[in-house]
Every structure is written in structure tokens, then in C-alpha cells.
Design a protein around this ligand. Structure first.
Ligand code: 6R9
Length: 631
């Protein structure tokens, strides 16, 4: 275990102070806890007018030596990954650090034999099987750059990502089970590869053993493994060499390939993991995200493994075979830290609590959430039913671009406040700005969130488009990173994320963040979740429209509409009362569970001619229904 654990509020305050007063000295001390082939000569150099950020300059390392090799002596037989299958009647797998090391080295040799070397891009389009983690680490082992594409994406989305990075190899599987559904993943990959000339080979892992078409470039994973051994020395990487590309969609335009580098990313992912979750040596940690998202990269693979943790990888979904599955898995593997998304919590809270009570959750010590603002009702449900009011909840605000958690409490160390991400993590210097970019210096304030100083895991560029990187993140305000979120700060310095800045609606001259309004509506006992958007209004400039989903047995009535308006009026003020309240059976969501307000805005504005690409939605069918309901 590294020697950088923060054990008390006082230690957090000291670490924070130090990280602000002398960032280079502070991060150098943290970085000492890792295995470097060669030490850096300069800790940090940055110029955000270019923008350019470099950490641990001159340092040489390989992240897999930090995640695997260095644990072999002390934790060789410790379980690195617990793999829990989609089907609960199948057996879970426990993969030790030794076994994982061997698997990674062997597959790294397969990549090498396939003519993949340092700097080559490898696209990984695989479901949550152990081999996905192996593939990611095998790339890192030889210095190839992995680009994981979520296995729920369409052929068009996959092809666009492969082509953007000119990937040389595709790693995929024959099929995948999602709940009771069997998805022919290779068919989708085949479709994509028709328009991907850079791909030389497609290595197919046999997962479901379903029948597949076979093409010239295809080889079986298991056949390739037979040709190589498991001896593969790690490639020496520069701290600033690329580790991976991960695409994030943003609200408009083509997906951005965020580039993360080896040294800073590793240091920050591990340091946040250790301290936010307060991980202890024999704990079992479970993050329910898919490795296709940044949360899976940083907090299923790299962060936990760099800390020698036991990390659970779940192949299934929260609703299969029923809505008690998460808790069944927590009981089965005696999970200590559990990290999930508000969308999952709200979906689970819709079902009887007997599904939670059925299981023994006494192993749980820490709960976490990420991905969206969590509304207070969901927060309390999580706290009471899952944590039994005995587990601190870490509400972690961060982004694909930031590589690691930015604003969060440290479990049991710093305080918590429902719906607040709370404090900046060590080394993070946030500020709130008004529309003109002036810093709001009062203790309590609300505005646009910006970050004033670099931290080690900031994405260094957008692959192939540095200009866009500059425009999106560093042009809005001079010398500041602009994450695109709004926030408010209470008098104790706790931050609450109020939603994407694009979602701020100006009603009769008042700036209204959508998250607090949604939070108020969600408080109503009949409402499961909601999304609030603005639409043009003759008098007010903009008015608000709330799309709401209700519990199954609830009658949609004028009374309910009045109550919803009243609850907003009471909590936020009459100005925030929605003009329109539309009942829907579901909200359009991205595959990672984020509500697509862009689509809802268009519908509310009666502008449904061009809704953009809705094929990547989790539930595209719901869009037509909402349009119908709106009329
Ligand atoms: C890690 C991840 C980033 C955006 C981010 C913000 C929203 C994430 C949040 C949160 C409020 C939290 N977000 N965590 N909002 N509270 N705890 O989700 O990355 O997929 O890139 O999304 O998600 O709006 O800007 P990514």
C-alpha cells in the first residue's frame, strides 16, 4: 500500500494547503510512492494559453509495472479482480495479481506478434469480461494506446471512433449477454469494419460461443494465445507519452477523443482512489460502471490496481434477474466500497425496499456516486436503505477530461451534505465565475465553475484536434480550465454542481440551474425522476418545461401538476415554476445514464425536425413517445 493515505480532517487540510502552496513539492512526494524506471527532472510545466500541461517531465515508467509487477512479491496471491457474471447461476471468477500479470503479459505478446508497438492505437470493443481488463493492460504493457469503445454503441459510432484515431487492431467478442438478451457484438463490429481501412486485424474473444461470420482479418483470441508465452517485459514509457484515448460525446458535434498520459494520470487515479474511498488492504471494492466509460478506466482498473486493491468487475445489469441484483452481489462478495450512478439509484429506488432488505449488506463501509447531480431524495434512499445510515456517501464530481475525481468528500474524513459534491480534492483549485468571467469571491455564491490550476490527470489534448481542445476548455476564461458545469458554494465552502452550463435557463432575467429544480420535483413522493429544460417564451424570454416519470400506480392528474409546481415554488421560488409539465414513461438517456436534455429542449421548443443522432441513446424509442405526449 502506498504511504499517502489521508487519515483525518486535519491531514486533509494539511495536504490541501501544501498542494496549493507548493504544488510541485506536494505532487513529487505523492509520486515517490510509485515505481519509476527513471525519476522526473521537473514536476510541472504548464502554459494554458497554448494550452500545454506536463507533469513529471523526464520521468520514465510503465503503468502496468505499478498495477501488477510491484504487487507480485507482497500480494501475488491476493485477488486483483473478482469477476461476477451476468447470469447469477454461473460461477464468479477470482483472478489473483499473479494470474492477471500472466494473462496481461501473454496477451501483450499476442499484440506484439500482431505487429502492434508503442504508439499504435488499438480499439477495444468488448463487454465486461475479464479479457477486457486484460486487453487494456496489455496495450499499456507494450505502450500501445487503447481506445475503449463501449460495447453498447452502434456500428456507426464504433467506426467513427476507429477512424478518428486510425486504429490498427480491433479487439472484440463474438457476442455478449445483457440481462436475458443476447447481442451479436461481432456482427456490429463487422458492419463497422466495412468502413475502417486502418484496421489490419480483428482479434475475437470467444465469449458466448454463438455462430459468427468469419472474415479475412479475423483471428480467434484463443488461437493467438497458443502461439506466445507469458514473458513480456514492460515497455519504458515517458511520463507524458499517451496512455489512452477515450471518446466523450459532449452535447453537440463529433465525439472528442480525450488523450490521457501515463505518469500524471496514474498518480492522480491512485491517489484519489485510495483517499476518497479510504480503501484498506483487504477490502473488496466495487464500481458498477462499464470500462467503456472513464469511471471504469480510472476506478475499476488503474486506480484500484495501482493501489493493490481487489476490484469487482460485473458483467450484468442492475435489473437482472431482478432489481435486487446489486445487493445480491454486495452480499456474495462482501463488498466494502460500492460506487454507482444516480440513474441506477433512482431506478432501484422505484422498486420495493424488500429487494434491498433481503440481503446482508453489513460489509458495506462506503457508498459512492458519479455521473450526474444526485437529487436529495435519491441520496437519502441510498443512505437509508443501502448504507443503513452507517456509510458515508462520496458524491464525486469529475469528467472524462479530468481523468480523476475533482470535487468530492473523503469517506468518513471530510463532511457530507446531500446533493453536494462538497470540497475540492487535494490539489484542485476551483473558482466560481459570473457571466463575464469575474471571480465570485464571497463565501456563498453561485456561478460558472472553473479550475484555476493544473492537476496531474488533466487530459492533455483532443486526439488530432488541439485547436478544439483549446476552444472548448481553455478559451472561455483566460488561464482557467472550463469544465462546462455550473455550481453553487455554501458558506462552508461546499460545492453543489447545478448542471451543465448549457442547461442554465434564463427566465425573466433570472439564471436558473436545472439541477436544483429537478431536485425539488424529485422530492415529490409520486415522482421517480424528471428533467427540466428551457424553451422560448414571448414574455419571459424562456420558460421551463419539466418532463416527469411517476411510480407505476400513480394517476397523472391536474392535482399532481399543481403539487409539482407548488413544490418548486416553495423550494426555489415562484420564478422557477415550470410552465409545462409533461408525463412520460422514461427520459432519453445516454448509455452511461445521463439525461439527454438537448433532445428534450428541442421537443419543448417544438423543433423536432432535427433531433441529431439519437441512435446512441439507451432508449431511443422513448423519444417518439415524448413527442406524442407533448402535442
Ligand atoms: C465521471 C463522468 C462528466 C459530466 C460532468 C457533470 C456530470 C459527473 C457528477 C456530475 C454532478 C456529480 N457529473 N459527476 N454532476 N455531480 N457527482 O461522469 O465523466 O461522462 O465525462 O461526464 O457529468 O456534468 O461535467 P463524463
Amino acid at each position: 500500500m502506498q504511504n499517502f493515505k489521508i487519515n483525518s480532517l486535519e491531514e486533509y487540510n494539511q495536504a490541501y494547503q501544501k498542494s496549493i502552496e507548493n504544488p510541485s513539492k506536494f505532487w513529487a512526494e505523492i509520486a515517490e510512492n510509485f515505481l519509476w524506471r527513471k525519476k522526473w527532472h521537473t514536476v510541472l510545466k504548464y502554459d494554458w494559453s497554448k494550452p500545454e500541461t506536463k507533469w513529471f517531465i523526464g520521468g520514465k515508467l510503465n503503468i502496468t509495472e505499478n498495477c501488477l509487477d510491484r504487487h507480485l512479491k507482497t500480494r501475488g496471491d491476493k485477488t486483483a479482480i473478482i469477476w461476477e457474471p451476468n447470469n447469477p447461476s454461473e460461477k464468479a471468477q477470482h483472478i489473483s495479481y499473479k494470474q492477471l500479470h500472466s494473462k496481461v503479459c501473454q496477451f501483450a505478446n499476442v499484440l506484439k506478434a500482431s505487429n502492434v508497438g508503442k504508439g499504435d492505437r488499438v480499439c477495444i470493443y468488448m463487454p465486461m469480461v475479464v479479457e477486457l481488463a486484460v486487453a487494456v493492460l496489455a496495450c499499456a504493457r507494450i505502450g500501445a494506446i487503447h481506445s475503449v469503445v463501449f460495447a453498447g454503441f452502434s456500428a456507426t459510432a464504433l467506426a467513427a471512433r476507429i477512424n478518428d484515431a486510425s486504429c490498427k487492431i480491433l479487439l472484440t467478442t463474438d457476442g455478449v449477454y445483457r440481462g436475458s438478451k443476447l447481442v451479436a457484438l461481432k456482427d456490429i463490429a463487422d458492419e463497422a469494419l466495412k468502413v475502417c481501412p486502418s484496421i489490419e486485424k480483428s482479434i475475437v474473444y470467444q465469449n458466448t460461443k454463438q455462430k459468427v461470420d468469419w472474415n479475412e482479418k479475423d483471428v480467434w483470441w484463443h488461437d493467438e494465445l497458443k502461439k506466445v508465452d507469458d514473458n513480456c517485459p514492460a515497455e519504458e514509457m515517458d511520463a507524458e507519452d499517451m496512455l489512452f484515448i477515450l471518446y466523450t460525446s459532449g452535447s453537440t458535434g463529433k465525439p472528442k477523443g480525450m488523450v490521457h498520459t501515463c505518469g500524471g494520470y496514474m498518480v492522480y487515479a491512485a491517489y484519489t482512489f485510495q483517499n476518497v474511498f479510504q480503501y484498506q488492504e483487504n477490502d473488496v471494492y466495487w464500481c458498477t460502471a462499464d470500462i467503456g466509460w472513464v469511471t471504469g478506466h480510472s476506478y475499476i482498473i488503474y486506480g484500484p490496481l495501482a493501489c493493490g486493491a481487489t476490484t469487482v468487475m460485473f458483467e450484468g445489469i442492475p435489473s437482472y434477474p431482478d432489481y435486487g441484483r446489486f445487493w445480491e452481489v454486495c452480499e456474495k462478495h462482501k463488498v466494502n466500497q460500492f460506487y454507482t450512478a444516480p440513474t441506477a439509484i433512482r431506478a432501484l429506488a422505484k422498486h420495493p425496499t424488500t429487494l434491498v432488505e433481503k440481503y446482508n449488506l453489513s460489509s458495506l463501509k462506503v457508498l459512492g456516486t458519479v455521473g450526474e447531480p444526485i437529487n436529495e431524495e435519491a441520496w437519502h434512499w441510498y443512505d437509508e436503505n443501502v448504507g443503513k445510515k452507517n456509510c458515508p456517501i462520496v458524491d464525486t464530481w469529475w469528467q472524462t477530461e479530468t481523468g480523476g475525481m475533482m470535487m468530492t468528500s473523503l469517506a468518513g474524513i471530510t463532511g457530507q451534505k446531500p446533493a453536494f459534491a462538497t470540497l475540492p480534492f487535494v490539489g484542485i483549485q476551483p473558482s466560481l465565475l459570473d457571466d463575464k468571467g469575474n471571480e465570485l469571491t464571497e463565501d456563498a455564491a453561485e456561478g460558472i465553475l472553473a479550475i484555476n490550476f493544473p492537476w496531474p490527470s488533466l487530459a492533455r489534448t483532443i486526439y488530432g484536434d488541439h485547436e478544439r481542445y483549446k476552444n472548448v476548455y481553455f478559451s472561455a476564461y483566460e488561464n482557467k480550465y472550463f469544465p462546462g458545469d455550473g455550481a453553487l458554494r455554501d458558506e462552508n465552502g461546499n460545492y453543489r454542481i447545478t448542471g451543465r452550463v448549457d442547461d442554465v435557463v434564463i427566465v425573466s432575467g433570472h439564471n436558473l440551474g436545472t439541477a436544483p429544480i429537478e431536485n425539488a420535483i424529485d422530492e415529490h413522493k409520486d415522482i421517480v425522476e424528471c428533467a427540466v429544460v428551457g424553451f422560448p417564451h414571448d414574455v419571459k424570454g424562456n420558460a421551463l418545461c419539466a418532463y416527469v416519470t411517476t411510480y407505476d400506480n400513480v394517476q397523472e392528474s391536474d392535482n399532481l401538476i399543481a403539487e409539482v409546481r407548488e413544490i418548486v415554488s416553495k423550494t426555489i421560488g415562484p420564478i422557477a415554476k415550470p410552465d409545462k409539465i409533461i408525463f412520460v414513461s422514461g427520459l432519453p438517456k445516454t448509455r452511461s445514464g445521463k439525461i439527454m436534455r438537448r433532445i428534450l429542449r428541442k421537443i419543448a421548443s417544438n423543433d423536432t425536425s432535427n433531433l441529431g443522432d439519437i441512435s446512441t441513446l439507451l432508449n431511443p424509442d422513448v423519444v417518439q413517445e415524448i413527442i406524442e405526449n407533448f402535442k
